[in-house]
Design a protein around this ligand. Structure first.
Ligand code: SF4
Length: 235
């Protein structure tokens, strides 16, 4: 259950209108000033996550940043998370699924991610996030409109079915904006980035991107799935 907040649909429409002209920094500062301490960010700690993490370190370093440890991450992702924590002084909160990986394997077999990736993502990502958001008013994400068809129509603030407000400070950024920000602040890249992993999720569901493919083409490439479910409405 999300904590209640005072924004009506009309308020959100007005804010969304004004946020179409605001910078990512302004949106992030507004979210922190408005909702702290009932606000968290989430991150998958890949290359494209770093600009938001860097912005948080500059604007609101105390912001809790949720990392969902599904148990299926590349070891390089865990190492990169720790490197970024130390470098930018991030307040990372690691969240785990309700059941251990051995319980998951016992109950569903080892290849659930192949047979039913939606169920696997629900157990290992969506449910842990739902629990971590209990009592929160706002959730900061790094999603952008140019990443997937589902994301193209998002607004900067979205009210979730649970009542929590999802805030996307980087929504209007393009892939080029991310690259420019990374260059400007000399941001590090995920250790697998130069091997073609432009977007990195769990190891069994991520392959390198081929020349000419979209940034997220290496995610669930065999199944046609494009979202883990964290950024779909949970109604
Ligand atoms: S990304 Fe793959 S391994 Fe990770 S939770 Fe989803 S289906 Fe399971």
């Amino acid at each position: 259950m999300a904590a209640t907040h005072p924004f009506s649909d009309e308020d959100l429409a007005r804010l969304n209108e004004s946020f179409e002209q605001a910078t990512a920094e302004e949106i992030l500062r507004w979210a922190w000033d408005t909702f702290a301490p009932a606000v968290v960010a989430s991150s998958s700690f890949q290359t494209q996550s770093v600009p938001l993490l860097h912005l948080i370190s500059r604007v609101c370093p105390a912001m809790p940043i949720l990392f969902i440890d599904t148990g299926f991450h590349f070891p390089e992702t865990l190492a990169f998370r720790d490197e970024l924590r130390d470098r930018y002084g991030l307040n990372i909160v690691t969240v785990h699924p309700e059941i251990t990986q051995s319980e998951l394997f016992r109950k569903y077999g080892e290849g659930l991610y192949r047979r039913d990736p939606d169920l696997c993502c629900y157990i290992n990502k969506v449910r842990p996030m739902q629990r971590a958001l209990e009592g929160k008013q706002a959730w900061i994400t790094g999603v952008r409109r140019d990443q997937t068809k589902n994301r193209a129509h998002l607004r900067t603030i979205e009210r979730q079915a649970t009542g929590v407000l999802k805030v996307h400070p980087l929504l209007r950024w393009s892939r080029e904006d991310v690259a420019a920000y990374r260059e400007r602040y000399h941001l590090p890249v995920h250790p697998l980035y130069h091997l073609g992993y432009l977007s990195v999720g769990c190891a069994p569901c991520t392959r390198p991107v081929l020349v000419g493919e979209d940034e997220r083409a290496g995610r669930w490439a065999e199944s046609g799935k494009t979202e883990c479910g964290l950024h779909l409405d949970w109604h």
